[in-house]
Design a protein around this ligand. Structure first.
Ligand code: AMP
Ligand code: MG
Length: 500
């Protein structure tokens, strides 16, 4: 180990193999983390550490030093990545990791290359006026939501560790500082391509695209037009991802192009939140005044962001720019169809049908309209519908999710009729529905309670309890049933804030 603290630890605790650091020098700036005054390990994800082939015993002992940035493991090559991005529609040519430092990459147990990044470990050349630090609240939120997404089966970056630094950070108030250790398939974003496009650096765009193909889409190397195939696959993964968000009621909150990965993982959980009662216009983010990133706008914004990606790749699609534009337009049009297909097939599973009929879309839409009019809790209503599929006696529990329970009768009649033409037993259907309709989501009011207890009283028990219940979102967990409940009116969280 090499470190300013020169603490002794065995070599090779992290099996680093840092490929991004071997890219041209304009892709990043080498930057060591800052020292934390009095780091304390809040949480170590031992299961993930083992998956990454890290030395778990060592991390238990030296985790606070390593995950605060105080102790650099052997083989780390810390750097801040360069990127640009459209933020709320406006282009910012220079963003980059202002409060994140990539320690390096490891090859996990499944042969997959994963980034390990410290978020909140001090300033970098991209910090502009920011302090490069993170407050404990956003760190806990990102930890909880990342792991909840994983358990829900939604591709997302993962949480490896959280430490407090023992130093205050200054926001609107003085808050305890913390560092979050994030694991990602990579941190390459739409904005990474935009960074080079804004500088007219065609060579760098090609190098980045080649790197991305090698790392994330190796099967495309032999495609007739690998760059066009890459674009199509990125669009496909984003279409699938955003459909998954909608299926679980997730609202990202800041879908700027710098917060959209090329790998297809959800990234940068800032003011994100899960919807309680169903309303497609739901927005939580305090900075999203126009509702640009509202729940139901996400598929369209995804398409807008991907169009920006396509623009950066045009020269690689075809030497003839008109032809290149035509090719890009075909792909971006296809995204719309692919999103719709992913969304519809997931929604079919949510209402418990495995066969396909033309009327399904209308049946699903009328349920959603009913839920909106009846202010039904999105998660609870689908979970209770799952129970109803296996047991007629569960009807009252389902309709109780709606303001006017009687309004459900007509829809339930049509649903049952549809089920009569679907080849599943009631018990089998209920079981299948429970696997796609979670009982537990990271409800905003629970996250806020956990953050408050940790920040004000140093009490992490609510944080731990949430992690436990959210690790098995599709199980009933009767002893923890209270976590299924939507917020009481006085518990409702109306706004969420960015990590800054
Ligand atoms: P994000 O809100 O994580 O999407 O960040 C948007 C941009 O602001 C990125 O370039 C970040 O690195 C930068 N940024 C956010 N918070 C800070 C901070 N506290 N210090 C320095 N840079 C920051
Ligand atoms: Mg970001």
């Amino acid at each position: 180990m090499t470190s300013a603290l020169q603490k002794d630890a065995p070599d090779g605790a992290f099996p680093f193999d840092n490929s991004y650091a071997r890219l041209p020098p304009n892709f990043f700036v080498r930057q060591a983390p800052s020292q934390a005054a009095e780091p304390r390990l809040i949480k170590l994800n031992e299961e993930l550490a083992a998956e990454l082939r890290l030395d778990v015993e060592l991390l238990k002992r030296d985790g606070e030093a390593i995950f605060s940035g105080n102790l650099l493991p052997d083989g780390a090559d810390p750097l801040a990545m360069a990127y640009a991005g459209h933020q709320f529609g406006g282009f910012v040519p220079l963003l980059g990791d202002g409060r994140a430092i990539l320690l390096g990459e490891v090859i996990d147990r499944n042969g997959k290359r994963r980034d390990i990044q410290l978020k909140g470990a001090g300033q970098t050349p991209f910090s502009r006026r920011g302090d490069g630090r993170a407050a404990l609240g956003p760190v806990l939120r990102e930890y909880i939501v990342s792991e909840a997404m994983y358990a829900l089966g939604v591709p997302a970056t993962r949480a490896l560790a959280a430490v407090t630094t023992g130093q205050p950070v200054y926001r609107e108030e003085v808050l305890p500082g913390a560092v979050f250790t994030r694991v990602a398939a990579s941190h390459i974003r739409v904005g990474t391509f935009q960074f080079f496009a804004a500088r007219g650096d065609a060579e760098a765009i090609k190098a980045l695209a080649d790197y991305v193909i090698e790392r994330h889409y190796p099967e495309l190397k032999d495609a007739e037009n690998p760059y066009l195939a890459l674009y199509r696959e990125v669009c496909e993964r984003q279409a699938a991802l955003i459909a998954r968000w909608l299926h679980v009621g997730f609202i990202h909150g800041v879908m700027n192009t710098d917060n959209m990965t090329i790998s297809g993982e959800t990234i940068d959980f800032g003011p994100c939140a899960f919807m309680d009662s169903y309303d497609p216009a739901t927005v939580f983010s305090s900075i999203d005044h126009q509702g640009r990133y509202a729940y139901a706008n996400q598929p369209g914004i995804g398409q807008w962001n991907l169009a920006r990606l396509g623009e950066t790749l045009l020269p690689l699609f075809d030497a003839d720019q008109e032809k290149a534009l035509e090719l890009a337009n075909e792909v971006i049009k296809l995204y719309g169809e692919r999103f719709q297909a992913h969304w519809l097939s997931g929604m079919r599973r949510k209402i418990g049908v495995v066969s396909e009929e033309d009327g399904d879309l209308e049946l699903i839409q009328s349920l959603l309209a009913l839920m909106q009019a009846g202010q039904a809790d999105f998660t609870l209503a689908f979970r209770r519908l799952s129970a109803l599929a296996g047991n007629d006696a569960a009807e009252a529990a389902f309709t109780a999710s709606f303001r006017e329970p009687e309004a459900c009768g007509e829809w339930l009649g049509r649903w049952r009729e549809r089920l009569s033409r679907d080849p599943q037993s009631p018990a089998g259907r209920a079981e299948a529905m429970r696997k796609v309709n979670p009982a537990f989501i990271p409800r905003n009011h629970r996250i806020e309670q956990a953050i408050l207890a940790a920040t004000e009283d140093g009490d992490f028990s609510l944080f731990e309890a949430l992690l436990t219940v959210l690790a098995k979102p599709y199980d009933d967990q009767p002893a923890l049933a209270a976590y299924m409940e939507p917020p009481q009116p006085d518990e409702r969280v109306l706004q969420t804030f960015c990590g800054t």
